[in-house]
Every structure is written in C-alpha cells, then in structure tokens.
Ligand binder design. Structure first.
Ligand code: NAP
Length: 328
C-alpha cells in the first residue's frame, strides 16, 4: 500500500478512511456491530489511517446513541499500534449551527473523553475542528504542546485552517497537518500550498468526493430525511443539470485510466502534491477498496495541470462549504 508522510514523521496510507458516515450526517447510523466490522475490514484491506471526531455522534431510530470514536476504537483495538487514529475537538452541535469552543478547559475535557471512547492511551493526530475566534492560536498550540509532553497526543493539526492562524499556531507547537475541505469542486485551499510547503505541513483532504457527487453515482439520489445532503447546493435539481459536464469529464478520464470517477477524483489530488492525503468516507466495502486503490493510479504533472485548467472553466454548481459556526 502507498504511504505518505504528514510533516516529518507521521506515516499514513495515501488514502485514509473517513469514518463520520457510520454515525453522523448521512442518515441513520449504521448498526454498531456492522460498523465495527466494516471499519475492521478497511484495516484488513490496507487502510492504516482513520478519521473520526468527538462530534460524530448519531441517534438510532430506537433512541440509542452511536459514538463514532467508540466504533473506531473497538474495530481497531487489537491493531492499535499499526494504525494512525485522528480525532478532533472544539465543536458541538447547536441546532442548525456548530458551537465552537477551544478554551483550554474544554480541550482538556475533550481529550479525556476521546481517549476513553477510543479505548487508547494516546491520539496520533488531534485536530482543532474549527477555529474559535475567542481563543488565540498560540493558546491552543500551548495546550497541544502540553498534551504532547504528557503523551496524550503525539501530533496535532487544524481543520479549516487559514494561513495566518496556521503560522501563529505552528510557531508555538509544530503542526503536522491541516484538514481542510478539498475536492475538484472546492479548490479554495490551493492558496495554502506555498505555506504548507514552507512549514512542511500535510494537507488531509476532507469531503474529497464533494460528499459523494464526484463519484458520478449520486446526482439524482434521494437522501434520507436526516441526511445533511438534503441541504447541500450540489445536490439540487438545477445543480444536477449544471454538473453534467463535470461528471462526463470524470467518466472520460476514468475510461482512459480504466478506473472509476471516484478514483479519478482522488488520484487527481494524490498526484498533485506528495503531502495531500484524501480521507473519503464510505460505509461500503467495495467502495472503500475502490478508494484505497486510487493511490495506485499514476498521473503526470501535465495531466493534473490539464485537468486543473478544465476545472477552472467548466460549469459547476455551488458546493457545500460547511455548517455555520457560532462562538461565545
Ligand atoms: N474536518 C471536518 O470538518 C470534516 C467535515 C466533513 C467530513 N470530514 C471527514 O472527511 C470524511 C469524508 O468526507 P465526507 O463523508 O463528507 O465526503 P466524501 O468522502 O466526499 O463523500 C462521502 C460519500 O461518498 C460516497 N462514496 C464514497 N466512495 C464512493 C465510491 N467509491 N463510489 C460511490 N460512492 C462513494 C459515500 O457513500 P457510501 O457510504 O454509501 O459509500 C458517502 O456518501 C468524513 O468521513 C470525515 O471523517 C471532516
């Protein structure tokens, strides 16, 4: 399996598994035993990098709650030393918004909760899930340094980081990776490439398939009532029409590489920079395998640039940019 280094010393598989969907965001959570089995199967097929978060909980139809970190922890308990587990702190659901809180006391409580749910004594990569404007990057980085000194975490990162925040945080405690939204439909953070290279920080790409749209299989899908995609702009009727050319482009490139559109979406970013690691989410083993195998697709620099040039021009709908946040 292809591996990559995030910053100087965190070795991960070139594709990680986004575990969120097993309990959060995409309709009812998967049955707990099924989810544990699927995450474990991902390990068996070669995944060594797993992404979860404190907030990825979900309620089953019978009212019981599924905690994503528990699923990941149970699935990987006996191979714990062979995998990299990333989790996140700093947001809580608040109606239709996210409440951000990265105060040192909250982080301290969060880390203890995550360690317990994961059933581990350390977290390999601990992300601040969203920037909290009421806490400085220096203060957050200071807590991260303390947690590293105490052995509770080994590396840290920032999700939806901007350049200024990253620079300031990194000056206090070395940042290993940023985890930002990045896909063929959302390339905003390409502007961070120079600073990521200068500071030697990895880019973990979340929603790399634009929440499934770039697989070419979902355009007219009807989602469950509590699926967040009902409100995402890339899944409306009008967006379906507008994105046809993009889907056809993916299908055409896929044909050339004897691959699938999902694999092309991932291979495009994997071949773009050696420090980009996508974490597509899937609850299906065949798709997990498909996504993992995207790391074997080779594209030249010229091919990646040609695709970029087309993406610059091709019509596409708006794409989901994240849930609104609020702070104290
Ligand atoms: N840091 C953050 O704020 C943040 C935000 C969102 C997500 N994330 C992380 O990023 C991970 C991935 O993001 P995401 O789930 O939002 O979006 P995504 O990976 O772009 O898309 C996931 C969707 O695509 C489908 N899919 C995946 N592979 C497929 C394939 N090969 N063929 C067909 N369909 C496929 C999945 O459906 P099936 O399950 O039915 O296969 C799922 O509905 C999450 O699991 C989470 O760990 C982080």
């Amino acid at each position: 399996m292809e591996t990559r280094l995030l910053s100087k010393d965190l070795k991960v598989t070139a594709v990680g598994l986004g575990c969120m969907g097993f309990s959060h965001g995409y309709g009812a959570p998967t049955d707990e035993q099924e989810a544990i089995k699927a995450i474990r199967a991902a390990y068996d097929m070669g995944y060594r990098f797993f992404d979860t978060a404190e907030i990825y909980t979900g309620t089953h139809p019978d009212g019981s709650i599924s905690y994503n970190e528990e699923l990941v922890g149970k699935a990987l308990a006996d191979v714990r030393d062979d995998v990299v587990i990333a989790t996140k702190f700093g947001i809580a659901s608040h109606g239709d918004t996210l409440k951000v809180d990265s105060s040192p006391d909250t982080i301290r409580k969060s880390v203890e909760g995550s360690l317990k749910r994961l059933g581990t004594n350390h977290i390999d990569l601990y992300y601040q899930h969203r920037i909290d404007p009421s806490v400085t990057p220096e203060a957050v980085a200071q807590v991260m340094q303390e947690l590293i000194n105490e052995g509770k975490i080994t590396h840290w990162g920032i999700s939806e980081a901007n350049e200024d925040y990253l620079r300031r945080a990194n000056a206090v405690c070395k940042v290993t990776a940023v985890q930002n939204r990045y896909s063929m439909m959302y390339r905003e953070y390409e502007k961070l490439f120079p600073v990521l290279e200068e500071l030697n920080v990895g880019l973990v790409a979340f929603s790399p398939l634009a929440n499934g749209l770039l697989t070419g299989k979902m355009a007219k899908t009807k989602f469950a009532k509590d699926d967040l995609r009902n409100k995402m702009p890339q899944f409306t009727e009008e967006a379906y029409e507008k994105n046809q050319e993009l889907i056809h482009l993916l299908e055409e490139i896929a044909k050339r590489h004897k691959a699938t559109p999902a694999q092309i979406s991932l291979a495009w970013m994997i071949n773009k920079k050696p420090y980009i690691v996508p974490i597509p989410g899937s609850r299906h083993l065949n798709r997990m395998k498909d996504n993992l195998d995207a790391a074997n697709i080779k594209m030249t620099k010229e091919e990646v640039s040609q695709i970029d040039a087309i993406l610059d021009e091709i019509p596409m709908s708006d794409v989901f940019g994240g849930t609104k946040t609020e702070h104290k």
